[in-house]
Design a binder for this molecule. Structure first.
Ligand SMILES: [Zn+2]
Length: 277
C-alpha cells in the first residue's frame, strides 16, 4: 500500500495541518506528517532558540498521538566527524529527541549522514558514522532511524557523505537496523539512479520517499535545490512508480511552500493511488 504524507516546518505547521484536514474532507487521505527540523535551525540568540525548541516539542506532543508522524533531524549533524566531542553533541541532541518521540509514538527520525572535511577520508567518516549509529540503536528506543539520500551543493565547504549508493550499502552492512529514505529530487541533482537501491527496497529497508522536483542540476546560490512541486521538473514519475511496484511505502511531499505542497499532494495521489499516469 502507498500512503501519501506531507513534510512541514514548524513555521508553516498550522497551514500544513489545515491542508491535511481539507484533503481528508475531499476523500484524499493524507496519512503521514514529517515535522522538521529539530534542532530548529535559525540564526537566533540561545534564549530564542530554546523557546523554539520548546515550541517544537510541545507541537510534536500534541500532534503525534493523533496521526502517523516522523521528525526530520537537522542536516547539519556530523555523525562521522573525526572529533568524538562533536559526534557526542549530536548524539546527545538526538537522544533527547528520541525520548520525546518514543513518548509520543513518533515512528522514525529522518537524518542526513552529514559533511566531512576535505582532510578526512570517506571511509573514516563512514566508519565513525556507523559507530554513532550503532550507539543510537543500542539505546533501544522504539523509534526507527532513516538516512536520506543527499547531494553536493556548490556552496558547501566540506564533502557531503550519503550521496551515492555505496555509502548507504556500507551503513547497511555495518548497522543493519538502519532504514533509508530516497529523496527523489536530491538523486536527480546527484545523478545517482534510484534503481541502485532496489535491493534495499526489496529487503524492506526503504521506509519513505521524499517527493519534490527540479531540473536535475544544482545552480549557484539559494536556488540550488528548489524543492518544486511534483511534475514541475524533469523527474520521470512513471519510472518512480515502476521502481516501487507493489511495495508498501510512504511518499512524502517535501516542498518549498504550502502551494507547491498542495500541487504535489494532488499529483502523488493521482499517480500512486488512482494510478493515473
Ligand atoms: Zn528530503
Amino acid at each position: 500500500m502507498k500512503i501519501i504524507g506531507l513534510s512541514c516546518d514548524l513555521k508553516c505547521l498550522n497551514l500544513g495541518l489545515d491542508l491535511i484536514k481539507d484533503f481528508n474532507k475531499d476523500q484524499i487521505n493524507i496519512g503521514h506528517l514529517e515535522l522538521g527540523k529539530y534542532p530548529v535551525e535559525l540564526d537566533k540568540l540561545p534564549e530564542e532558540n530554546y523557546k523554539l525548541q520548546r515550541n517544537f516539542i510541545e507541537k510534536l506532543k500534541r500532534i503525534a498521538p493523533l496521526m502517523s508522524t516522523s521528525v526530520h533531524f537537522s542536516s547539519k549533524a556530523k555523525w562521522g566527524h573525526k572529533e568524538k566531542r562533536i559526534r557526542r553533541i549530536w548524539l546527545n541532541e538526538i537522544r533527547g529527541l528520541m525520548e520525546i518521540c518514543q513518548y509520543c509514538g513518533v515512528k522514525w527520525i529522518n537524518i542526513h549522514l552529514g559533511q566531512k572535511s576535505k582532510k578526512q577520508s570517506r571511509e573514516d567518516y563512514l566508519k565513525k558514522a556507523s559507530e554513532s549509529l550503532r550507539e543510537i540503536i543500542s539505546w533501544k528506543y522504539n523509534v526507527a532511524i532513516s538516512i536520506e539520500t543527499s547531494y553536493q551543493s556548490e556552496t558547501q565547504e566540506g564533502d557531503e557523505v550519503g550521496i551515492y549508493f555505496d555509502d548507504f550499502w556500507f551503513i547497511h552492512q555495518n548497522v543493519p537496523e538502519i532504514f533509508f529514505t530516497i529523496d527523489i529530487g536530491h538523486n536527480l541533482i546527484s545523478g545517482e539512479s534510484f534503481w541502485k537501491y532496489l535491493c534495499l527496497l526489496e529487503k524492506g529497508m526503504i521506509i519513505s520517499l521524499h517527493c519534490h522536483d527540479n531540473d536535475g542540476f544544482c545552480e549557484h546560490g539559494k536556488r540550488g535545490d528548489p524543492h518544486r512541486a511534483v511534475g514541475e521538473g524533469i523527474t520521470n514519475w512513471l519510472e518512480v512508480k515502476r521502481f516501487l511496484g507493489s511495495k508498501n511505502i510512504i511518499l512524502i511531499a517535501e516542498n518549498r511552500d504550502i502551494i507547491a505542497s498542495e500541487i504535489s499532494l494532488i499529483k502523488l495521489h493521482e499517480i500512486f493511488i488512482e494510478g493515473r499516469i
